[in-house]
Design a protein. Structure first.
Length: 189
């Protein structure tokens, strides 16, 4: 896995759609187009529901859930703004839940603040999306839209490397578990 440099993208300057090669821009996050606002209420509501179910799978108490939800929602919006469909995003979130659970079991003597935990989850979401999806959003975009107020790019790269090391580079998750969690996140029974 390349942690030191982003993968260069050829010809990707604007919105690329759901199945383009490596996604290099997340410009739709900053869109203020009026038609986007009028048609996005249902989409926004669905994203909030997904974020709520995702956060509940990660947290054992309501207070922590309320602190993490807004930050995690931004991570989900980054993925959705790149044209991934709901099922793909829910699969990424399912893998993130499993990876986070695994990481927490290895950090039994470590106390994490809610903010620190939310950014660890976002970093794990980045890792999960690189292994679940064919096309990934480059790390520099994750940093720009999600981490820039928290840490610099080099710190983010080191954090991802440390997360991978703490997980002993074991990123496999049982497919049935991913499917069950993804359907739970999408609220399918």
């Amino acid at each position: 896995m390349i942690l030191d440099e982003d993968i260069p993208v050829t010809g990707a300057k604007t919105w690329l759609g759901p199945r383009a090669s490596t996604v290099s821009t997340v410009s739709t996050l900053c869109s203020d187009v009026e038609e986007d606002k009028s048609t996005s209420f249902e989409h926004e509501s669905r994203l909030e529901d997904i974020a709520t179910r995702f956060t509940r799978l990660l947290c054992s108490n309501t207070h922590t859930e309320q602190k993490l939800a807004p930050i995690l929602m931004r991570g989900i919006k980054v993925l959705m703004s790149c044209g991934y469909d709901y099922l793909d995003v829910s699969s990424v979130l399912a893998v993130t839940v499993e990876h986070h659970s695994s990481l927490l079991s290895r950090l039994t003597k470590t106390t994490l603040s809610d903010k620190e935990r939310s950014f660890i989850i976002l970093a794990q979401m980045f890792i999960a999306h690189t292994i679940v999806l064919d096309e990934c959003v480059v790390l520099s975009n994750w940093h720009k839209y999600l981490f820039s107020s928290y840490c610099d790019m080099n710190c983010l790269k080191r954090a991802i490397a440390r997360i991978l090391k703490r997980m002993e580079y074991t990123l496999t998750v049982e497919p049935d578990r991913v499917s069950d969690l993804a359907h739970s996140i999408l609220n399918f029974s």
